[in-house]
Ligand binder design. Sequence first.
Ligand code: PMT
Length: 425
Amino acid sequence: EQKNDHFLSRALRSYKSMKKRILLGITGSIAAYKTPELIRKLKQQNYEVRVVLTQGGKAFVAPLTLQAVSQHKIYESLMDVESEAAMGHIDLARWPDCILIAPASAHIIAKLAHGFADELLSALCLASAHARFIIAPAMNQAMWSNSATQDNVNKLKERAYLFLGPGKGSQACGDVGLGRMLEPVEIVDALSKVFIKPYLQGQKILITAGPTQEFIDPVRYLSNRSSGKMGFALAQAAIEAGAEVTLICGPVALTPPSKLKFIAVKTASEMLRAVQSEINQHSIFISSAAVADYQIINPAPQKIKKSTMDLVLQLKPTVDILATISQMNLKPRPLLVGFAAETEYTLKFAEEKRRSKNIDLMVVNDVSQANIGFDSDENEVTILSADIPLHLACASKQLIAQQLLHVIAQRILAVKSATQEIIYD
Ligand code: PMT
């Protein structure tokens, strides 16, 4: 009991209590084929998802597919919703924090605007007293621009319905114009702005990501398998939580999130210089980069010629960036968070690194496992601190990033006050 009461598990509890319930309505549009991906992305972001599929939607996406990705029964008609009081649709209408209709056809928009309740989805919308309504339209461009549809859209906007899109482009019917459903990633980004509380507002976070490259000659280098995904997920989650973010990144193939300061570097020395020049402006430093531990003593100025002789490379240790920042005696001292990539004795070695570098939190991942760590979409970590270790079960790097940032926010508050706790809801 006492063990559960330390700040790491408190942070995780409050994170879990934040889980938002989304009722996804899928109506008849070719864009319905994107909904399994939308559900997958919503679940990655910690949303609880239930699906209502209209007869039109069913023509474009199979209920079994949706059931497999959502891991819940799919509701198709009023009779599907079981309830002891035989008022299942009313119970279901009370369940969500948000009713998201994606894709939303011209027909469902018209029905909502006029209060129809002739099938499950429109009945739920009419019966829902507190859910936020979010609509991602998808239809032919002429149907969208028709004044009947536009009148209906305006009616719904007056009732505080939030419209996401439609986007512009070529359509399945061959037309070009406004009417495409936004991509699942755009819908999920927009939702997070509606739901995630800016609990890191006022915090400036410096994050390093990706590998470094240590040059042997002008065309060859030593590096590692870091893709930058973990660091990018942290940067995105920090922005969503209201922080100002600077991302210092080694060479990766990812597009940086918008709304942050991005500094591209190649070598460990360049990363060190960038971190040193930025650290004063930041309250939190998360070092998720896989910085090379060694660099070539004398990189060759020209390409080394191939020969039949063995080639010996002389290496020297790079400067440890995290340890250097920790020793800088900064006032105020930023919260320092490291990542430890281990293949054996993971907790023991990571704790030794945390102590020797004198940092607040060390996040350890076992990189000997193929499905997590380097270059994978998922991770499983344990957060080490002066407190009891906290294990975060295997999940998308986005979800791991969100949980870690909650722990960081909780930690900042725990330092400010021994009793204060973040109230997210
Ligand atoms: O990029 P991905 O493909 O998504 O993979 C994510 C990851 C596996 C790279 C990430 O989760 C991770 O573990 N990052 C840290 C990798 C690492 O360098 O671990 P380490 O145990 O060698 O270093 C410990 C800490 O010291 C790290 O915070 C590291 O950034 C820092 N360090 C290391 C060497 C050095 N010269 N300077 C440093 O600051």
